[in-house]
Design a protein around this ligand. Structure first.
Ligand SMILES: Cc1ncc(COP(=O)(O)O)c(C=O)c1O
Length: 416
C-alpha cells in the first residue's frame, strides 16, 4: 500500500518535496505509528520492501550483471532476508558478515570476500565455509593463498575519484603495472587469478568515471591475456551508485544506461559482477528523533536531539552526506512561516563535535517534538558508536513486531 502510493510521489519534481511527502506518508502509516508508540525515539524505521524494489530496479537496468549486496552498508537480518529471497548474491568484508549470511542459509557460492586485507584466520574460516572468491591488492596478501586449492582471486585496481564522498582507491588497489606483476607472481605460485575488481568511489554521481574504469580494465585484461597466456573470466565493477540525500542524483536507470553499452559486448565472455551497498538500502530506512533540549546560544537557536553523529547520524561526519531533517509537525502542510528560524541541530552527547546540521530552517520546536530524516539506511547504524554510554539506535522493521539492531553491531557490543 505504501509502495503503491509512493510510486505516485515520483512525479513530484523537487527532491525536498518528494522526500517530505514520502516521510509524511510513512509516518502516517499504522505500522510506523505502532512502532513509535512501542519504542519511542530515537528509532530507525526499516522498510525491507524498498530494498526489494531497488534490487529489482538494478536487475532490470543491468540484466546481465550479478549483484553481490555489500553487507557492510546495513548488516540487518531483514535486509539479508529480502535480498536472499530475491536471489541476490552477497559481498562480505569480515567473518562476522559471513556468519550473518550463514545464519540465513546463504550458499557460499553466492558470497565473495572483497576486503583486500584479511587476517589469515579469517581466510581459513571463509575457505572452510566454502567461499572461494577473494580480493587481493598486494604480494603479502597473495602469499596468504599459497597452497589454497580451488581459490579464485580478483586483483583490486585503483581508479582515483577525488569527487566521490569516499574515494576508496585512496586506500586500496594497484595500478596496471603492479597488477601485471601480481598476476605473473600468482602464476608462479600456482594461484588462479580469475579477473579484476575496482570501486571508483562511493556516492559518486559520475557513471562516465565507472565506464572509463571498465574500459581500462578490459584493456588491461586483454593485454595480460596476450602477454602472460592467462585467461580471465570475471570483471567486478564494485559499488558506488549514488543516493539523493539533499541534492538530486542520476537514477539507477540513468546511471546504468551509461555503463550498459560498455559492458554489454563482454557479457558472454565474462562473469560481470557488482557490489552495490548504499543504493539498495539508503532509502529503506528513516530516522525519527525527538527534541530533548532547546537553547539560545550566541549564534542562535539550538535544538538538541536524542540521536547524533556518534549514533545513527554517523554518516554526516564519516561520509559528509547531509540527509534532510524535517519537523514532523509540519510534514503534512506547507513548510515555512512567520515562526520559522534558522537553527543548529545537535546530537545528545556532551561533546562539541556532535552537530548534525547548521542553518536549518525549522518551526518553533519544544522538548518532545519529533524530527525525521529519510534516506538513513546506509552507513548509519552500522558505523554508530556507544560514545557517552548511549545505546545504538534500535531498528524497527515495518510489519514485524520485535526490534533488532544490525547483527554485526550487536555482536561487537556484546563482546565489548
Ligand atoms: C569493496 C567494497 N565493495 C562495495 C562497497 C559498497 O559501496 P557502495 O555502498 O558505494 O555501493 C564498498 C563500500 O565501502 C566496498 O568497500
Amino acid at each position: 500500500m505504501i509502495s503503491a502510493t509512493r510510486r505516485g510521489l515520483r512525479a513530484i519534481r523537487s527532491l525536498r518535496e518528494r522526500r517530505r511527502a514520502e516521510t509524511d506518508l510513512l509516518l502516517r502509516s499504522d505500522v510506523a505509528r505502532a512502532a513509535l508508540a512501542v519504542h519511542g525515539t530515537p528509532l530507525l524505521l526499516l522498510d525491507p520492501e524498498r530494498v526489494r524494489e531497488q534490487y529489482r530496479r538494478l536487475r532490470t537496468a543491468l540484466p546481465f550483471v550479478r549483484f553481490h549486496y555489500a553487507v557492510k552498508a546495513l548488516s540487518h537480518d531483514a535486509v539479508i532476508s529480502v535480498l536472499a529471497d530475491e536471489g541476490s548474491a552477497f559481498d562480505v568484508a569480515t567473518g562476522d558478515e559471513l556468519a550473518l549470511l550463514q545464519r540465513h542459509g546463504v550458499r557460499p557460492d553466492r558470497v565473495i570476500h572483497t576486503h583486500p586485507i584479511k587476517k589469515p584466520a579469517e581466510i581459513a574460516d571463509a575457505l572452510a565455509a566454502g567461499v572461494t572468491t577473494f580480493v587481493v591488492d598486494n604480494e603479502t596478501e597473495l602469499e596468504k593463498f599459497r597452497d589454497c586449492a580451488d581459490v579464485r582471486l580478483l586483483v583490486r585496481l585503483a581508479y582515483r575519484s577525488p569527487h566521490a564522498k569516499s574515494d576508496l582507491s585512496s586506500k586500496f588497489g594497484v595500478g596496471p603495472f603492479e597488477a601485471a606483476r601480481l598476476v605473473a607472481l600468482a602464476q608462479d605460485l600456482g594461484i588462479r587469478i580469475a579477473g579484476f575488481s575496482f570501486h571508483t568511489g562511493s556516492q559518486l554521481d559520475d557513471p562516465a568515471r565507472v565506464a572509463s574504469a571498465i574500459t581500462d580494465t578490459l584493456t588491461l585484461m586483454e593485454q595480460l591475456e596476450a602477454t602472460l597466456g592467462v585467461r580471465f573470466d570475471t570483471l567486478d565493477i564494485g559499488g558506488g551508485f549514488p543516493v539523493a540525500y539533499d541534492t538530486d542524483v542520476r537514477s539507477i536507470e540513468e546511471f546504468a544506461s551509461v555503463i550498459r553499452p560498455v559492458l554489454g559486448p563482454h557479457r558472454h565472455r565474462l562473469d560481470i559482477i557488482a557490489e552495490p551497498g548504499r543504493i539498495l538500502v539508503a532509502e529503506a530506512m528513516t530516522l525519527v528523533t525527538s527534541v530533548v533540549g532547546v537553547a539560545e546560544r550566541p549564534d542562535g537557536r539550538w535544538y538538541h536531539l536524542d540521536d547524533g553523529v556518534y549514533g545513527a547520524y554517523s554518516n554526516v561526519v564519516a561520509e559528509d552526506v547531509h540527509p534532510f531533517v524535517f519537523a514532523t509537525k509540519e510534514l503534512g502542510g506547507q513548510e515555512g512561516g512567520a515562526t520559522h528560524r534558522w537553527a543548529t541541530i545537535a546530537g545528545p552527547t556532551c561533546d562539541s563535535a556532535d552537530v548534525v546540521a547548521r542553518e536549518v530552517l525549522l518551526p518553533d520546536l519544544r522538548v518532545g517534538d519529533l524530527l525525521a530524516s529519510p534516506a538513513m539506511g546506509a552507513y548509519t547504524v552500522v558505523t554508530a558508536t556507544r560514545f557517552n554510554g548511549r545505546a545504538v539506535t534500535p531498528v524497527a522493521v515495518l510489519g514485524q513486531a520485535p526490534t533488532t539492531a544490525p547483527v554485526a553491531t550487536e555482536q561487537v557490543l556484546a563482546e565489548a
